[in-house]
Structure formats: C-alpha cells, structure tokens
Design a protein around this ligand. Structure first.
Ligand SMILES: C[S@@+](CC[C@H](N)C(=O)[O-])C[C@H]1O[C@@H](n2cnc3c(N)ncnc32)[C@H](O)[C@@H]1O
Length: 251
C-alpha cells in the first residue's frame, strides 16, 4: 500500500461530517486546512464555506488534491510554518487534523493564528494522545516504556504522540474560547473496542514499521512488541481509551 492509498483508506474511517457538524461554519467563511493530505476534509468544507486552502508539504498529496479540486479550493505545497499569512487577508476558520502535532512549538504557532484571525473565527483541532500505548494491553511488559516514550516525544521537536491531550489547554492559553471538547472520540482505527477490521490491521502494521524512534528504543524486542500489539488489537479484549481528542474553539 503506498502512502496515498493508505491515507485514502483512512479517510473512510473518519466520520468527518460528525466533526464538521459541531463547528459554527458560515457559508462566507474562508478556511485553512493545515496538513490536508489527500484533501477529504478540504472538499467537505468547500461544500459548506466560501473558500478553502489546503496546505501540505508532501508534493504528491498536493498534486492529488489539485487533480480533484472544485472551484473554491486551492492547494499549496508548503511547510505550514513558512505560510505567508499576509496572503490570507481574511481567515475565519482553521482545520487541523493530526497535523499540528508535528510542530516543535505549537503554542507560538497558535498565538500567531489567533493574532491573524478575526473575532468570531473558529479553530477545530483533532489529534491523538498516547495512541500507541492507548491501543496496547496494559499488562504488556512494554506498556510503561511505550507510554513514557509517547509522553516524552514532544522533546524531539519532530512529533508529539501526546498532542491530543494538550489541545484544550493550548487553545485556552492562546486566547481561544473552547466551545466543544470530546476527549475520547470513537474511531475504528485509533480509538475503538474489540477486534480491529482487517484493513485497519494492515494500516497499523504499516504504521508500526515506520516508528523508527520506538524501534530504536525497543531494539531487538521491537518484533515481539509489534506482534503483541497486533495480536491485542485483533482480540475481543481490546478496549477504547482516551486516544483521540477533538476540540473546537472560537476567537
Ligand atoms: C497524519 S497526516 C493527517 C492528514 C489529514 N489532515 C487527515 O486528517 O487525515 C499529517 C499531514 O500533515 C502534513 N504535515 C506535517 N507537518 C507539516 C508541516 N510542517 N507543514 C505542512 N504539512 C505538514 C503531512 O505531510 C501529512 O499530510
């Protein structure tokens, strides 16, 4: 499975309409989708608002989005840290799903967005919190080690595995007013009870093969961890915890 196929598959597991339902969208809104990947949320937003700009640093994703866009969508291949906000004279909404967790300093970035937005604008962020350990058997000998790895991951400045848990405090600190917060969103891939679907297992297998830093930490035991992890999410005893969080706030 290549990355575009993997991402397209994952989109079918998200109830995006349920998320959009709790956002105070207006048909006059001009919206940014940061880290838009294959563009599903951008397309859905474009049906409800005036204009959507999707931003992603992966050129393959941007090319894919460009080939599938409607007249009120545009796509920019850029690091969202390098975005020139002066090019968006009007910005009333910002969507970020599983993307601001890649920022080394999300607080400073949210401060910048807050300054840029008009009063009444909305921001909606969806992200995971400790979703590797959150899908492990708590009795596993690897559980504490993996959880600590996730809790400390923000220090790398590359990715924060526990970003979801920080959404609400970060938005409050930047001056936004939280109007909706779900601290355990049900999701068939990331936060669910019982056995994973076959296709979900395949995506988890692919993800586990990419967790370079966790591989480095667990060294030769990684294969045992991987086998145990997949076995657990494929069992009836697998349980939903608080691995996925969704917060909507307004300025
Ligand atoms: C985990 S994916 C989430 C994609 C999509 N938002 C979704 O919910 O399915 C993260 C996306 O953010 C993009 N991304 C990560 N860091 C970025 C950055 N600094 N600037 C622009 N895009 C970034 C990645 O290329 C990837 O497409």
């Amino acid at each position: 499975m290549n990355l575009i196929e993997e991402y397209k598959k994952q989109q079918t597991w998200r109830n995006w309409e349920n998320y959009l339902d709790v956002i105070p969208l207006k048909n006059t809104d001009t919206v940014l989708d940061l880290g838009c990947s294959v563009g599903n949320v951008s397309h859905l937003l474009a049906n409800k608002v005036s204009h959507v700009t999707g931003v992603d640093l992966n050129p393959d994703f941007i090319q894919f989005c460009d080939e599938n866009k409607s007249s009120n969508e545009q796509y920019i291949c850029s690091n969202f840290l390098d975005l020139d906000f002066s090019k968006f004279p009007c910005l009333n909404g910002l969507w970020g799903s599983f993307s601001l967790s890649y920022l080394a300093d999300p607080k400073t970035y949210l401060d910048k967005i807050y300054m840029k937005m008009d009063k009444g604008s909305w921001i909606a962020l969806l992200d995971v919190s400790c979703f590797i350990s959150g899908n492990m058997n708590k009795q596993s000998k690897f559980y504490e080690k993996v959880k600590n790895f996730e809790l400390e991951s923000h220090k790398s400045g590359v990715y924060d595995f526990n970003f979801g848990a920080k959404l609400k405090p970060l938005l409050n600190q930047s001056g936004f007013k939280v109007i909706h917060c779900d601290e355990s969103v049900h999701d068939v891939e990331l936060n669910f009870n019982g056995r994973a679907k076959k296709e979900v297992l395949a995506v988890w297998r692919a993800r586990l093969s990419r967790l370079v830093n966790l591989k480095r930490l667990l060294e030769s035991e990684y294969f045992e961890f991987e086998r145990e992890f997949l076995e657990y999410i494929n069992s009836d005893s697998h349980e939903q915890r608080d691995s996925l969080q969704f917060v909507v706030a307004i300025k």
